[in-house]
Ligand binder design. Structure first.
Ligand SMILES: Nc1ncnc2c1ncn2[C@@H]1O[C@H](COP(=O)(O)OP(=O)(O)O)[C@@H](O)[C@H]1O
Ligand SMILES: [Mg+2]
Length: 208
């Protein structure tokens, strides 16, 4: 029985992860340009008219030790781009949710729930938490979730000065800063096509 389930999990992973090339995945987003760079590294660059990558890099630096985000080159930011040293093989949560059976998704949701719990416990609010900003890999018998795309994110523990700078750059949220429950609502809306029991299982992991 156990071996049968593991086989199903590995088959789901191989089917979803192998269904697209890395280059077509890099084209999923719309706010920035991502390109494969030397040695398999990625470079993420603001599109003309956008100014999100600086804030993203600040958040990524603060999250490097957490294991929740891909590794970046800490000296690579040049004002409009930075280098990501870790390409997370696998696919986005959205891709798995459209293909995998519920018993496999239940395992994936447990991994996502743990990861989000840790992220929110650190004080971060993502602000763009849809299912293409969560990457899922599978290795050594375990699902592994990563968060990406922190252009709109902030941390409730930032100093007054940092928060003011952040708010001034994003005039729309000067009145009230969003909280982690807003992230959860965004993710729920993005996953409104899946079995609600799967969302409930994700929610069960949360102790924020
Ligand atoms: N470190 C990474 N490893 C693997 N794929 C990635 C990585 N970073 C981004 N991607 C892929 O590129 C897509 C766009 O990246 P993202 O950072 O979300 O850019 P945007 O700000 O344009 O949405 C993601 O949905 C994902 O499929
Ligand atoms: Mg994105």
């Amino acid at each position: 029985m156990y071996i049968k389930i593991k086989h199903e999990v590995m088959k789901s992973y191989a089917t979803v992860a192998g269904s697209k090339s890395i280059n077509s995945r890099l084209a999923i987003g719309s706010n920035a340009d991502l390109e494969l760079y030397e040695d398999g590294w990625l470079i993420k660059k603001d599109k003309p008219g956008f100014d999100l990558v600086g804030n993203e890099f600040k958040c990524l630096l603060e999250l490097q030790e957490s294991g929740l985000v891909p590794e970046v080159d800490e000296s690579s930011f040049d004002g409009w781009s930075f280098v990501i040293k870790e390409v997370a093989y696998g696919a986005t949560l959205d891709e798995y949710c459209r293909v995998c059976p519920d018993n496999v998704l239940l395992e994936i949701m447990a991994s996502v729930g743990k990861m989000l719990n840790q992220f929110w416990s650190l004080g971060f609010v993502h602000r763009d938490l849809h299912a293409n900003n969560i990457l899922i890999g599978y290795s050594q018998g375990q699902w592994r979730s990563y968060l990406i795309d922190f252009g709109h994110s902030y941390n409730t523990n930032w100093s007054e000065e940092d928060l003011e700078l952040y708010c001034n750059n994003r005039g729309d949220i000067l009145q009230e800063l969003p909280i982690w429950e807003d992230d959860f609502t965004t993710l729920q809306d993005a996953l409104d096509f899946i079995n609600p029991d799967l969302i409930a299982s994700l929610e069960k992991e949360l102790t924020v």
